[in-house]
Design a protein around this ligand. Structure first.
Ligand code: FMN
Length: 412
């Protein structure tokens, strides 16, 4: 069994993490006109200081066409100076840094690319109110271009000093749209059977590994299942993980859910509907969210280690480093994951709530996270950047109590 706080190899090229912990990609919303902000750099430096072995910068688009939001960052020469600074600062803080590379496919409100790309022509419910009603079915030239964009972005990050890259094959973005029979209706070699649906995502993985070399750590984030009937299944996942086993991936991060259909399947817990309504960019968006939100954004009850039953099946079927993700919130839960034979432990909200979660577990100051899965952090990422609302309220309360105590003492 892996030891949580021991040095752990990532890939075969001599990269080591100080422990098994990876900060999950959680969209930070900390960009200024598409450039990584100081807030973003500080965010990852704080996580490194707080003890995570590898922090992941989230949702870096591989091209302008791959952006969901206008203000999202594209990994390119234009953003490279700030990204290099980010990597250097994280290293100076004793951490390691990865970037999640994505193409949103048709999950887009970025009007600059209309129609958005997808495996097939489908209705884009997410971009409907932005006038981006249907997607364009990609042709082979589009696919070639996208594979090249992924490999160029990964190569650039390697030269900028990043320690790893994560290719997003999950959550209903482009590569996941290819994997899912719900969004992939193609009748050529890229649609139909799982062998065909997986062809393009695997070509992208191959293109990246080919460019960065087998020694540079390439992680893959993959769904266990999409979380609805007619979507990508656990059997499909078994096929893809077997295929990845024969490639030199540093690890597969197992997750689940399809953002345009089952957005809270990947997180579980409360749905912050009111905040989501307020975040609408205009009255039409607000009203639509108020009317249809409760039907579209269904809640899923939170439990600790909520993907463990599905992830265990994958653990038992392949011999490749696997990273567990989903509901990690206590030392007891972490030990359970490591006992099951997982190689890495990936954490999202417990680290948004407290970036020092890992250090506090190691020094036994705490055993359990106080994150209450209110998911208000999801609303905040679309405002001034991701933050834990609960922690900030707790901090305000402590400061108020201290002030009251001080005043009472001075009056006495
Ligand atoms: C605010 C927020 C933003 C997220 N953004 C991303 C993202 O950009 N990319 C991604 O793959 N997953 C994203 N996720 C999902 C997380 O990576 C993770 O799968 C999920 O939070 C479950 O892990 P947890 O229980 O440890 O929080 C996000 C989650 C949250 C809460």
């Amino acid at each position: 069994m892996k030891q949580a706080f021991s040095k752990t190899p990532l890939g075969s090229g001599g990269t080591f993490l100080k422990n098994v912990f990876i900060k999950a990609a959680t969209y930070e919303g900390m960009f200024e006109k598409g450039q990584p902000s100081k807030q973003l750099i500080d965010h990852h430096v704080t996580l490194a200081k707080g003890g995570v072995g590898l922090s992941t910068v989230s949702y870096g688009a591989v091209s302008e066409k791959g952006k969901t939001f206008k203000e999202q960052m594209v990994v390119s020469e234009k953003t490279s100076a700030k990204l290099k600074l980010l990597a250097n600062e994280v290293h100076a803080a004793g951490g390691k840094i990865s970037m999640q590379l994505t193409h949103c496919g048709y999950f887009s409100k970025n009007k600059k690319v209309n129609p958005p790309l997808a495996p097939s022509r489908v209705l884009n419910t997410y971009g409907l109110l932005s006038g981006m009603v249907f997607s364009k079915a990609m042709n082979t030239a589009d696919m070639k271009e996208v594979a090249q964009d992924f490999s160029l972005a990964a190569t650039l990050l390697k030269t900028l000093g990043f320690d790893a890259v994560e290719i997003h094959l999950g959550h209903g973005y482009l590569l996941s749209q290819f994997l899912s029979p719900w969004s992939n209706k193609r009748r050529d070699a890229y649609g139909g059977s799982i062998e065909n649906r997986a062809r393009f995502p695997l070509e992208v993985v191959d293109a990246v590994i080919d460019k960065v070399g087998e020694e540079f750590p390439v992680l893959v984030k993959l769904n266990l299942s999409d979380g609805f009937k007619g979507g990508f299944t656990l059997d499909d996942c078994k096929y893809v993980t077997k295929e990845l086993e024969s490639r030199t991936c540093a690890a597969i991060i197992l997750s689940g859910g399809f953002t345009s259909k089952t957005p809270f399947y990947l997180m579980r817990g409360k749905v912050p509907l009111w905040g989501m309504i307020q975040n609408g960019r205009n009255w039409l968006e607000k009203i639509t969210m108020a009317l249809f939100g409760p039907f579209i954004v269904r809640p899923y009850p939170y439990t600790s280690n909520f993907f463990l039953d599905q992830a265990r099946e994958i653990r038992q079927s392949v011999n490749i480093p696997l990273a567990y993700l989903g509901g990690v919130d206590s030392m007891k839960g972490i030990e359970e994951i490591l006992e099951e034979g997982f190689d890495f432990v990936v954490i999202g909200r417990a680290l948004i709530h407290d970036p020092e979660f890992i250090n506090k577990l190691e020094t036994r100051q705490i055993k359990q996270s106080n994150c209450d899965h209110c998911n208000k952090c999801v609303v905040e990422m679309d405002r001034d950047g991701i933050r834990c609302v609960l922690r900030d309220e707790e901090a305000k309360m402590v400061s108020w109590q201290t002030n009251v105590a001080r005043r009472t003492k001075s009056r006495a």
